[in-house]
Write a protein that binds this ligand. Structure first.
Ligand code: PMP
Length: 406
């Protein structure tokens, strides 16, 4: 199966610095299959027009394609209806929408927003800004030594003052899957909402927002085979209806007067301006592609690959691997002795292996780990054990190259 999957990703079949490419930076962004590239191309060749306005044929083709993609996103995460899917630029924009609109309207001085120190900056700074604006307080669920969180600590930290609990379903550094369903249950008991950062979960496992009972869920298309610039926010209908838009202009209005205006119904009231139509079409095609392979099969492949990578990488002398040993999502964050992660990534790149090095947009977590940065290899449905083998032998060579520093 894996060979036929790889076949569909043209970018993988090239040499980088004289070596066949091994792409292990999937947590940053995934590669795109031919069907997605073709869907975007076909859209521009046959359907391109602005949506919701054109009375002409192309206008209705573009609108059907755009709204059809919304239906696919809704089905993919099991939303109750497609009106609860707001197209955004990605997870960052989706989380900013909730923090700027919902949080600022429900939080006041002394109210609490609960997070973890592991959050991506996109699920941290919007809450900091909201808290600063309204005088709310940020509280952090403590992390266990392996980076996981305990449900009893969530019980202890969430109070009647808590208005929002915002957490990643899967950490982009530790690969940990947080117990979002239990967290939602605790938050709801205290009258708080749960906002889930789904950037790293949606591409890798079956997501069911109704089963999780989360109030908001954000996702990025580009990490799940779709183009950059498209993502979505899911929200419970009553909450979305109660929220004010944060972007105003064309497309989102119902009636405009000289001094006051009012908005369209969901989901369009949150989509001011010409939307990312081709991106949405690409996201729809990516969802079709992932569903054809099956999210369960993708998850199983990655769990096996992560276990293989963990075993092989932990054999490397002097390596430090961060986070728990068991991984559902294929992602290994590590340091090789004292070699700077940028040096590790540069040496690997010379051998055609793409990994990421840096703080991974998680500076508070880096401080918690007591490092300034780490290296990270992250896998997706097209990665193989051979990719892991190439990574491991390149890391062993890197270690030898830097000698004492490791
Ligand atoms: N949250 C997590 C956990 C992420 O990994 C990322 C992307 N690295 C984001 C949020 C932000 O996603 P985007 O840049 O697509 O908005």
């Amino acid at each position: 199966m894996i060979a036929s999957v790889r076949e569909q990703f043209p970018i993988l079949h090239q040499e980088i610095n004289g070596h066949p490419l091994v792409y292990l930076d999937n947590a940053a962004t995934s590669q795109k299959p031919q069907v997605v590239i073709d869907a975007v191309k076909r859209y521009y060749e046959w359907e391109n027009s602005n949506v919701h306005r054109g009375v002409h044929t192309l206008g209705s083709r573009a609108t059907d394609a755009y709204e059809g993609a919304r239906e696919k996103v809704a089905r993919f995460i099991n939303a109750e209806s497609s009106e609860q899917i707001i197209f955004t630029r990605g997870t960052t924009t989706a989380l900013n929408l909730v923090a700027s609109s919902y949080a600022r309207s429900v939080c006041g001085p002394g109210d609490e927003i609960v997070l973890t120190e592991m959050e991506h900056h996109s699920n941290l700074i919007p809450w900091q800004q909201a808290a600063l604006a309204v005088g709310a307080t940020l509280k952090y669920i403590p992390l266990q030594p392996d980076g996981s969180i305990r449900v009893e600590d969530v019980e202890a930290i969430v109070t009647e003052r808590t208005k929002v609990v915002a957490i990643a379903y899967v950490s982009n550094v530790m690969g940990i899957v947080h117990p979002v369903k239990q967290i939602a249950e605790i938050a709801h008991r205290h009258g708080a909402v749960v906002v889930v950062d789904g950037a790293q979960s949606t591409p890798h496992m079956k997501v069911d927002v109704q089963d999780l009972d989360c109030d908001f869920y954000a996702l990025s298309g580009h990490k799940m085979c779709a183009p950059t610039g498209i993502g979505a926010l899911y929200g419970k209908k009553a909450l979305l209806e109660s929220m004010e838009p944060i972007e105003f202009g064309g497309e989102m209005i119902n009636d405009v007067g000289l001094y006051e205006s009012n908005w369209k119904e969901l989901p369009w009231k949150f989509e001011g301006g010409t939307p990312i139509i081709a991106g949405a079409v690409g996201l729809g095609a990516a969802i079709d592609f992932l569903e054809e392979i099956g999210m369960d099969a993708i998850e199983q492949h990655e769990t096996q690959l992560a276990a293989y990578a963990m075993n092989r990488m932990s054999e490397i002398e002097g390596i430090t691997i961060y986070g728990p040993r068991e991984r559902k999502v294929g992602l290994v964050t590590f340091n090789l002795g004292d070699v700077h992660p940028h040096d590790v990534a540069t040496v690997l790149d010379a051998q055609g292996i793409a990994i990421r090095a840096g703080h991974h947009c998680c500076q508070p977590l880096m401080r918690w780990l007591k490092v300034s940065s780490t290296a990270r290899a992250s896998f997706y449905l097209y990665n193989t054990e051979e990719d892991v083998d190439r990574l491991v032998s390149a890391l062993i060579q890197t270690k030898e190259y830097f000698g004492d520093a490791t």
